[in-house]
Design a protein around this ligand. Structure first.
Ligand code: UD1
Ligand code: CA
Length: 455
């Protein structure tokens, strides 16, 4: 049996943030969710999360993970005190307990598998993950013998200057034999610089204690401040870009672009500089994105081109051309071969095949038939101050420049709307609709006279 416990009760003082450290965002998710995800291939029988600082907020943010058992630590008196909170929920449990700090987001599942495997083979009381760092400052130092037996862990701040020279560090990831651990957990003492109960002190009380050294030291980076958070984000972004380049995506200036783990690309996609992908996206074969785009929770069909535009919650089918300077949001759905030009916003609207809206328009809550041409400056007036209403335009219609369509309104197929019209009533198929003041011309108009003439 395997239980996993993630320590997430600390405040994360060094972040200087209202947000609990474990909820800090990274590559489109949170620190703690990445840690939890790294354990999934181990198929643990129990998953426990120790919460404390802003416990309610952490619990709410993770409510979508039904397997997770929340264990409250209050007040927070150190990592050893955090694990003491498991004595009750894990009473009678037999097997291994894998403990992870909640702030190590780069861990690979393979590394955890090795740790658990080594622990099971060696029958040690505890096996911990260590890293040999060129700059070990801040980390607990692991004092071990050449053959891998660990004697003790001493926190950086409790080390003598000589002990500080030891660069073998504690990664904060441990595999314990639970029955051995539960016997000695109550014996922890707070005789250290911070006056806390340290989980690391259990290592000197358990026999045998062994360690395995991680090959890639980046993996065990613990995130304590925003500099480390940014460095970690960089490592992840680099991994994501390399992964997609290997799968057939071209980046003109890779480091200027950011990706999310939920973004999937087809082959022969070209990503130009300064493009950002967030959330869950599908970008199909042959798309050309950028420069200068934000794409979030959207799906793009083959050969879509997007230039200097923002797409959020949008579906764009094949061969559409978007931008420059367009915004598609909140359930914009474009069928194939649509053309959305500069300063056009599309929201909660369905545009059938071949619709063109090339300049300066707002299309909100609209259903627009195939091959409709939306004239420059056409606005769907969808909001009456209380409710939103739909605009329906039949196929092959065209709206003149600066038309306002006051919803709810239905235009049939093949309708022509005269430029400058404000329409409030439905228009039958094939009609021309005008809704504007008739032009007047006053001939020989002298214009206004100067003031002193007027007496
Ligand atoms: C800890 C280790 C250190 C190791 C380092 C690796 C101890 C005493 N030290 O130090 O040896 O090198 O991690 O990154 O364990 N937490 C709680 N309750 C508490 C305190 C902390 O749940 O009362 C949680 C935090 O939310 C965090 C984790 O435990 O996720 C680690 O705490 P942190 O304060 O970051 O420990 P470090 O000082 O980094
Ligand atoms: Ca830490």
């Amino acid at each position: 049996m395997l239980a996993v416990a993630v320590l997430a009760a600390g405040k994360g003082t060094r972040m200087r943030s209202d947000l609990p450290k474990v909820l800090q965002p990274i590559a489109g998710t949170t620190l703690v969710e990445r840690v939890l995800r790294s354990c999934q291939t181990l198929a643990p029988n129990r998953q426990l999360l120790i919460i404390g600082h802003q416990a309610k907020r952490v619990q709410e943010a993770l409510a979508h993970l039904p397997e997770l058992e929340f264990v409250l630590q209050h007040p927070q008196q150190g990592t050893g005190h955090a694990v003491q909170q498991l004595l009750q929920p894990l009473e009678g449990f037999q097997g291994q307990l894998l403990v992870l700090n909640g702030d190590v987001p780069l861990l690979r599942p393979e590394t955890l598998e090795q740790l658990v495997e080594r622990h099971r083979q060696s029958k040690a009381a505890v096996t911990l993950l260590t890293a040999r760092l060129s700059d070990p400052s801040g980390y607990g130092r692991v004092f071990a013998e050449d053959h891998g037996l660990v004697n003790s862990i001493i926190e950086h701040r409790d080390c003598t200057p000589e002990q500080q020279l030891n660069n073998l560090t504690n990664a904060g990831i441990y595999c314990f034999d639970w029955q051995s651990l539960e016997k000695i957990l109550p014996n922890l003492r707070a005789d250290n610089d911070q006056g806390e109960l340290y989980l690391t002190d259990t290592v000197a009380m358990l026999h045998p204690a062994i360690h395995i050294e991680v090959a890639n030291v980046d993996e065990t980076n613990g995130i304590n401040d925003r500099i480390q958070l940014a460095q970690c984000e960089n490592v992840l972004q680099e991994q994501l870009r390399k992964y997609w380049m290997a799968k057939g995506v071209s980046f003109i200036d890779p480091t200027s672009c950011t990706l999310s783990e939920g973004t999937e690309f087809g082959t022969d996609v070209l990503v130009e500089p300064q493009c950002h992908f967030r959330g869950i996206n599908q970008i199909a074969h042959g798309c050309r994105i950028g420069p200068g785009c934000l794409v979030e929770n959207s799906s793009l069909g083959e050969r879509v081109e997007v230039l200097y535009s923002v797409l959020r919650d949008a579906v764009v089918e094949r061969d559409c051309v978007i931008g420059p300077f367009a915004q598609l949001r909140a359930k914009a759905h474009l069928q194939a071969e649509c053309r959305i030009g500069n300063f056009v916003e599309v929201k909660n609207s369905k545009l059938d095949k071949g619709v063109k809206a090339n300049h300066l328009s707002y299309l909100g809550d609209a259903d627009i038939g195939s091959s409709v041409n939306i004239g420059a400056g056409t606005i769907t007036a969808n909001y009456d101050g209380i409710r939103k209403h739909r605009t329906i335009i039949g196929s092959n219609s065209k709206t003149g420049a600066n038309s306002v369509l006051v919803a709810p309104i239905i235009l049939g197929t093949g309708v022509t709307v005269a430029a400058g019209s404000t329409l409030t009533k439905n228009v039958p198929s094939g009609a021309l609709a005008l809704g504007r003041a008739r032009q007047m011309v006053k001939e020989n108009w002298n214009g206004p006279r100067p003031l002193n003439d007027q007496a």
